[in-house]
Design a protein around this ligand. Structure first.
Ligand code: ADP
Ligand code: MG
Length: 454
């Protein structure tokens, strides 16, 4: 029996053990490329197949092989060198990035739970906590331990790539794990809107509402997309109330707080504000480093401390970009079997979107605000209530939040450990006045210009 026939017989057996979808995903484009006395080498099309087959199917495949040839003792997988010759990895052109992305997506899609829509990779265990997200994390944990009874709804907001989806799915995964009886459902806002729209068209809105109201934990991601969708908001309002009255948990995420979502019905806004609102902001350097170390370990990457430090100090925009940087290096090690030096890291990450915050710093903001209002920096931090100082202090807090996405507790620490509600108050006050008061708007614009121009 030649290699080809041997592999055909293995594939024939595997079809009995794995689902059709699984089979198509993981066994497509695989073959035996060499066989010595004891070891079989199987080529696979990409790193994800390799990881999956060797972790999940190693034993089954080996058993199938032994059924045909008892001598076989071992099995290894390699990524098809042929495929790479045709498609040499290049880090500058986009198609390779796209490819990783789609492969990652396929890999993810495959794992998504069909009942809950949750991706099991999002857990509390692999969620790194720091001052930038500790409130949100604590609230999420509390909700997962006692759904429906503490914070309802739980509303998590923050910028892109900062862990909102991760956190709200972790809640769902934890609840589903603790109790298989609880009906958990995760849904993106886009999907939610399109479900409602098509149910209205198809005359099945009552059925949809019934099925929604049987859910124990409803998680809706990126709720800001409901802005302006009046029909959907109306239906959602009823679903919300019916779940809420039965003490069912509702978890929402958004890129901004409820009061900043435009075209949101007042009654929904007040429902959202009736529960717990928590933000996620940007991790500091130390936390970025911890996140990188965890991810590198998760992905089994051998990347030196020095290189990780380089990434942590240069990629600051959000956590998704940190992962992106790591993935780029990971692809390089996987395809070239090389370890990453600091120089190759610099090369590979060149052109990577570095944050515009590079030029703006905490120091710069304080300095500019002080100068603008002709104060010395020290007085901005003093606790006087004198009007000519209170205003600049609030502006400084506002800008730290707005331009550097500092968390409120972090701002409070900078300002002598004041309670973080002081920082929230300052932020809200300046935000509100900015809308009503042209002079303040003008001042803020001038200050921002100075911050960014030099
Ligand atoms: P968002 O929904 O806020 O845009 P995501 O939840 O999709 O962001 O996060 C982007 C990526 O960063 C995901 O892969 C997620 O697992 C990861 N991530 C975000 N926050 C953390 C964290 N605190 N610890 C570990 N990984 C994180
Ligand atoms: Mg998200």
């Amino acid at each position: 029996m030649d290699n080809k026939e041997l592999w055909q017989s293995v594939l024939a057996q595997m079809q009995f053990h794995v689902s059709k979808a699984n089979f198509a995903t993981w066994f497509k484009n695989t073959e035996i490329i060499s066989k010595d006395d004891k070891t079989i080498v199987i080529s696979v099309p990409n790193a994800f197949s390799k990881e999956w087959l060797s972790n999940k199917y190693n034993k089954l495949i080996l058993k199938a092989l032994r059924d045909t040839d008892e001598q076989i003792k071992d099995l290894t997988f390699i990524i098809n060198p042929q495929a790479q010759k045709v498609n040499p990895p290049s880090f500058r052109n986009i198609p390779v990035e796209d490819k990783i992305e789609t492969e990652q997506l396929k890999f993810d899609e495959f794992k998504i739970n069909k009942d809950t829509n949750l991706n099991p990779k999002y857990t509390f265990d692999n969620f790194v906590v720091g001052s930038f997200n500790e409130l949100a994390n604590a609230a999420a944990l509390a909700v997962s331990e006692n759904p429906g009874n503490i914070y309802n709804p739980l509303f998590i907001y923050g910028g892109v790539g900062l862990g909102k989806t991760h956190l709200i799915q972790a809640i769902g995964n934890k609840i589903a794990e603790d109790s298989s009886k609880k009906k958990v459902k995760y849904i993106s806002s886009e999907k939610f809107v399109s479900n409602i729209v098509s149910a209205i068209r198809g005359g099945s809105i009552e059925a949809l509402k019934n099925s929604l109201s049987s859910i124990d934990v409803l998680i809706i991601d990126d709720i800001q997309f409901l802005a302006g969708k009046n029909k959907t908001q109306e239906e959602f309002f009823h679903t919300f109330n019916s779940l809420y009255e039965k003490n069912k948990q509702i978890v929402l995420s958004s890129d901004r707080p409820p009061n900043a979502i435009p075209e949101l019905e007042e009654r929904l806004r007040s429902r959202f504000e009736g529960g717990m609102i928590a933000d996620v902001s940007l991790p500091d350097y130390e936390t970025r480093l911890v996140i990188l170390k965890n991810k590198a370990q998760e992905k089994n990457l051998n990347i030196s401390e020095e290189v990780l430090e380089y990434i942590a100090s240069n990629v600051k925009k959000n956590i998704r970009e940190l992962e992106g940087a790591l993935n780029r290096l990971s692809l390089h090690t996987k395809t070239n079997d090389l370890s990453i030096t600091i120089d190759s890291a610099k090369q590979l990450l060149k052109g990577f979107v570095f944050s515009p915050f590079d030029v703006v710093s905490y120091k710069k903001i304080i300095e500019t605000v002080a100068k603008f209002y002709s104060l010395d920096e020290k007085s901005i931090f003093s606790c006087t209530r004198r009007k000519e100082i209170v205003r600049p202090r609030q502006v400084a807090m506002f800008l730290l939040r707005k331009e550097l996405r500092y968390s409120f507790p972090a701002i409070a620490r900078k300002f002598g450990g004041k309670d973080h509600t002081t920082a929230i108050y300052a932020y809200k006050k300046i935000m509100q006045e900015n809308e009503e008061n042209n002079q303040l708007t003008e001042e803020l614009n001038l200050i921002k210009q100075r911050i960014y121009s030099g």
